[in-house]
Design a protein around this ligand. Structure first.
Ligand SMILES: NC(=O)c1ccc[n+]([C@@H]2O[C@H](COP(=O)([O-])OP(=O)(O)OC[C@H]3O[C@@H](n4cnc5c(N)ncnc54)[C@H](OP(=O)(O)O)[C@@H]3O)[C@@H](O)[C@H]2O)c1
Length: 293
């Protein structure tokens, strides 16, 4: 039996929690900010539901074997308020967030060995607290090794494809390349169809090229034509698909632009590699999202 706590059961955390709850060997605890009665997730494999323990106050959290953090990147400090009640000596913490700084982001509160960073590809939207639509089959990738293997084993009885990789750096930066290009949607406030505009596709390619340069300096193995692959990805999606940074702007929420665009410039500085386009995107999205709120 594994005791699993999910901090932030929104689109990703709620989907993951609902799948994990289908395994009778798991005992789920949801650490929530906005309470709800039950999880209902419409998945590509049908509707699944769960009624796990729901905790709203960090003082009421019970120790867990695994803690999965699925808040937005900018809510890391709020997520960390749950750790004292959840962590025992052996507890591992999976970080299910975007960006490439999963470990660094949580080092103020956690020992490095506890942290299992995860690249998540689970297209999902929260329709109401506890109500989620998982749009497509989901995958999660974690680093190979003992902790990564045990993380993947948690999902054996779910329909999420969870795997380990010997080259996690590459997995991180490939995902970041997609997200960095997606900042364009949040600036022009248009869904995926905007990638069919050749000028926009050119800008997306240039954003990805900055990511490739910085990612390679960090040790990732990235294809020369990753920009074309990213454009192909956006063009293959239904034209009205809304990525999460655009969705955040539409909803007047803060965005994860620091973790998706500014990070490229920030890490680039360590290697004397300029990433002015990603920096510009971050400046524009930050300014625009302040006026949204
Ligand atoms: N959605 C996707 O398709 C997708 C795909 C891949 C990766 N990701 C990444 O996954 C991460 C999570 O994104 P998401 O889309 O799942 O976000 P989300 O739907 O906004 O869910 C985040 C959840 O965290 C909760 N939360 C915030 N602070 C909290 C706190 N202190 N204690 C407890 N709960 C707290 C929020 O509570 P409230 O209910 O009060 O807001 C919300 O339920 C992000 O890094 C995102 O980039 C998302």
């Amino acid at each position: 039996m594994a005791r699993i706590a999910v901090i932030g059961p929104g689109a990703v955390g709620g989907t993951v929690a609902a799948w994990l709850a289908q395994d009778p060997d798991h005992e789920l605890q949801l650490c929530v900010r906005t309470p709800f009665e039950a999880l209902i997730v419409d998945t590509p494999h049908g509707r699944i539901g769960a009624r796990p323990a729901i905790v709203t106050d960090p003082a009421d959290a019970a120790p867990a074997d695994w803690v999965l953090v699925a808040t937005k990147t900018y809510d890391a400090a709020g997520a960390a308020r749950w750790f004292p009640g959840l962590l025992g000596p052996q507890t591992q913490v999976g970080i299910l967030q975007n960006g490439v700084e999963h470990v660094e982001r949580f080092l103020p509160w956690l020992e490095r060995d506890r942290i299992v960073p995860a690249v998540v590809d689970i297209p999902a939207e929260r329709e109401a607290p506890g109500r989620i639509a998982q749009r497509m089959p989901g995958t999660i990738v974690v680093p190979a090794g003992d902790a990564g293997g045990r993380f993947a084993a948690l999902f054996e009885k779910t329909r999420l494809a969870v795997s380990t990789t010997d080259d996690f750096e590459t997995a991180l930066w490939r995902k970041l390349a997609i997200n960095s290009a997606g900042g364009v949607n949040a600036v022009v406030m248009r869904p995926s169809e905007v990638a069919s505009d050749e000028a926009i596709a050119g800008l997306m390619r240039d954003l990805v090229a900055e990511c490739v340069a910085v990612g390679r300096a960090e040790g990732a193995t990235l294809d020369d034509d990753l920009g074309d692959q990213v454009i192909g990805h956006y063009r293959s999606m239904p034209g009205d698909s809304v990525n999460s940074i655009y969705a955040d702007r539409l909803a007047g929420r803060p965005t994860e632009v620091d973790a998706r665009n500014r990070v490229v410039a920030r890490i680039g500085l360590r290697h004397d590699i300029a990433a002015p386009l990603n920096d510009l995107m971050a400046t524009l999205i930050d300014a625009a999202s302040h006026s949204d709120r």
